[in-house]
Design a protein around this ligand. Structure first.
Ligand SMILES: Cc1cc2nc3c(=O)[nH]c(=O)nc-3n(C[C@H](O)[C@H](O)[C@H](O)COP(=O)(O)O)c2cc1C
Length: 468
């Protein structure tokens, strides 16, 4: 008490002087100018300019873009109370999810929330990957290798492991691909604005990782912009189909959302893939140049709506499972993504935060929590794996429980039954774009199927699918 009074006493004259200065001085001598400059350039713009001025190279910002363009908070789910009743008990509500139902060995999940691809070595430590795998297993869902390789540690901890066949080439060959429960061909990522090259120097690769990636001592490596040896669309289609021929688990294709999404889907539709992953512009990453994170791609919500519309318009909705990723943080986001037409969601950044939970105090305030989770994190040996796994499983369980309550309120019996007709939005343009009801106009007549009046599928030659 005495201390703070003393501090106040000391600060008072300085505070008075600064206030008088701000209220009297001409702008060019006024400390408030800092505020207007910060408004003009934004604090992030100023800091990034400083880092660029220091480094003179592309800079790297962890965990993706702070720019959120998907208007999830403008959408609500519509409860049923009288004209139709809510579901009697949440016990009647199913959260079960199948990815790649046409595959010989589909991916069977207890919940439609999967831990997304985050690579061991390229981003996360082996301890963190093991914790995520254990947590996902406890919650009855899958995790994903990311752009790395299959390690015994992750495989041994994950009941269900999806492996990324990626542009770095370190996860390939049947000895690795045979160990997976699904194969995801990674052609792009939201936070990287699609697919660009990323060199990785040998001195950033430790011994265990070097052996996992099957690299020679002192060998530099890279993630290429293109899949090695694939020089055109035909090559990609052939590669996907060859993978499908060889493996009986679901084969998927991951791309970043972009304004060419219909054209990208038209190529995927030419393959025998089982599932599609779309990563919106709000997607995370361990670290990428801010320009790629902030200024390229398509927001997650818009990517999802356009992808579902295109698949429906081309009679392909049942053919592909659809997983959406990018800036999905809360059970509300997950519910709205499912109602807009996704079969499941991938989570990255929030899964890391949930798994780390209070362990962040092991590094704060000296260092950001990333230092606990990242492969080159200075304190990544301090992660308690089982504690992180338990916290992640609790997070997923908590999300599933709240999602079931929402489905009960909406009067449905499964997360997979959620539809656009269960949504309403306060934004007229969004209502028009996403084919959901506008809060500003009354509901009339029967609750019909997916599309409200005026949103018929575009006319096409009889039997002429758009993708041929
Ligand atoms: C730490 C981290 C590492 C990532 N590594 C990969 C990767 O190796 N391969 C990939 O396709 N995406 C990678 N991503 C992107 C995610 O798979 C996913 O598309 C994105 O994170 C979803 O956005 P969210 O983090 O907002 O949930 C990474 C994301 C994070 C946060």
């Amino acid at each position: 008490m005495l201390m703070s009074m003393l501090l106040m006493k000391m600060m008072d004259p300085m505070f008075d002087e600064a206030t008088v200065k701000m209220l009297t001085e001409d702008y060019k001598d006024n400390p408030f100018l800092l505020a207007t400059v910060a408004e003009k350039l934004t604090p992030r713009g100023i800091i990034e300019a400083g880092i660029r001025a220091e480094l003179g190279t592309a800079i790297s910002r962890p965990l993706g873009s702070p720019v959120v363009l998907s208007p999830w908070n403008k959408i609500l789910l519509s409860p049923r109370q009288l004209f139709e009743l809510p579901t009697r008990s949440t016990l009647e509500i199913s959260t079960r999810t199948v990815i790649g139902p046409r595959a010989a060995r589909p991916l069977l999940l207890d919940i439609p929330i999967l831990i997304t691809g985050m690579s061991y070595g390229g981003s996360l430590s082996l301890r963190m990957k093991t914790a995520l795998a254990k947590g996902a297993s406890l919650a009855g869902t899958a995790t994903n290798t990311g752009e790395s390789a299959v390690t015994d540690e992750e495989r041994g901890s994950a009941k269900l492991l999806i492996g990324q066949y990626h542009r770095g080439g370190w996860l390939s060959g049947s000895e690795q691909l045979d160990r997976l429960d699904a194969i995801e061909i990674q052609l792009g990522q939201g936070a990287w604005g699609g697919a660009v090259e990323e060199p990785i120097a040998h001195d950033s690769i430790g011994e265990h990782l070097r052996r996992a990636w099957r690299l020679e001592k002192g060998q530099d490596t890279a993630i290429n912009a293109r899949m090695p040896g694939k020089e055109n669309t035909r090559d990609i289609v052939k590669m996907v189909n060859a993978m499908k021929q060889q493996y009986d688990v679901p084969v998927g294709v991951k791309i970043a959302g972009s304004d060419y999404i219909e054209y990208e889907l038209a190529v995927i539709a030419q393959t025998d893939a089982d599932y599609i992953v779309i990563d919106g512009s709000e997607g995370g990453t361990s670290a990428a140049p801010p320009t790629l994170e902030d200024d390229l791609g398509l927001p997650t919500l818009h990517s999802l709506v356009r992808a579902v519309d295109w698949l429906i318009d081309n009679g392909l909705r049942e053919r592909f499972s659809l997983i959406i990723a990018g800036g999905l943080v809360t059970p509300g986001h997950f519910l709205k993504a499912l109602a807009l037409g996704a079969d499941a969601v991938y989570i990255g950044t929030v899964a890391l935060m949930a798994a780390l939970q209070s362990q962040v105090v092991k590094v704060l305030p000296q260092a950001p929590p990333a230092q606990l989770a990242l492969y080159d994190g200075k304190m990544n040996d301090k992660v308690d794996i089982d504690k992180a796994a338990k916290h992640l499983a609790n997070f997923l369980q908590s999300c599933a429980i709240e999602m079931k309550l929402a489905v009960q309120a909406v009067g449905k019996n499964a997360l997979s039954e959620l539809a656009r007709s269960d949504l309403v939005t306060v934004d007229k343009d969004l209502a028009e774009f996403a084919g959901i009801h506008y809060a500003g106009s009354p509901r009339r007549g029967e609750l019909s199927g997916e599309r409200p009046a005026g949103r018929e599928a575009p006319a096409r030659e009889a039997g002429q699918p758009a993708w041929q």
